[in-house]
Design a protein around this ligand. Sequence first.
Ligand code: CA
Ligand code: CA
Ligand code: CA
Length: 329
Amino acid sequence: MRCLTACLLLAALAWSARAELDPKALFEAPVALGDASGQPLISGKAQGCPYAADFNADGKVDLVLGAKDGMETASGGLWLIPNRGTNEKPAFAWSDAWRVKLPEGDLGVSCGCKSSGQVQPVAVDLNGDGYLDIAYSDTYRRAYLLLNDGKDREHPTFTQQKFFDMEKTNHGMYAGGGDWNGDGVLDFLHMTFAGAQFKVFKGAPVEGGKGVKFAEGGLPAAEVLKITGEKARKCAWAWDYSGTAKQRGVVEYVGVFRPEGGREEIAFFEVKDGVSRKLATLAQTAGQTPLLTASDLNADGRMDILFSCGLWRAETEHTKVWVMYGKGE
Ligand SMILES: [Ca+2]
Ligand SMILES: [Ca+2]
Ligand SMILES: [Ca+2]
């Protein structure tokens, strides 16, 4: 009898696991990144959007941060912050941050608006030369590619190319990423008019290297995803977080969501048959306007959510950089 009860219980558990995904179980609680002594990494930059990639190729995953120069400006840039710890226990200090440079000097990004303009990056080796490049959106007018000159791992200089012109010079032309077509290769997501449309620039492996290049030819090269329903408005990142998305015939993604009349939050979504549904709120943030990417900070093969935020007030609190480590099942 006891065995029968146990069997029934196990069957019920297996059934509930199949029936309903618990997205909160897929991620650890947010922790603020800091240096080896535990001092939090504080950028002092408004609306930081962090991405994890090993920039200096020392085997330890570093940070790339897109952000605005301060709380009262529409201009920003990109910073590379090396990991002085390990992948298991990373250590980052703002004093180590290297501002991305062009041959003529510091990269300056014009975002059009101090509150809804942002710098949203993805680091990827676009030409397969073994040096990381950057693709980013100014969320206002244009997206760009920055090609690493390959001369200095720690302090690289880049040449800038246009990636694509946006449909319209308009605030809220946000970006995301991840793998939207399920081929395992990183894609670039253009999220027009605060997520009204999701347009994918598919990634393809660069021949002979570890690189990924995104579809070329401007907006006509992007695939418009036909998705309705409850969607992220910015920073939508698709990966198979649960490891079951493919079998279940869905696309899982995390992103920034704004509930009706509420403030922005970090949420988990699932797209099935072209309809997006919010499954869970993953985190509420200390500062306003959180921005995120889903990349692998601790190099364990599970995607982690990296985020920052901050507008105008209490900037030391709000311009920390947080991670929610992916923990899978
Ligand atoms: Ca590194
Ligand atoms: Ca892909
Ligand atoms: Ca990870």
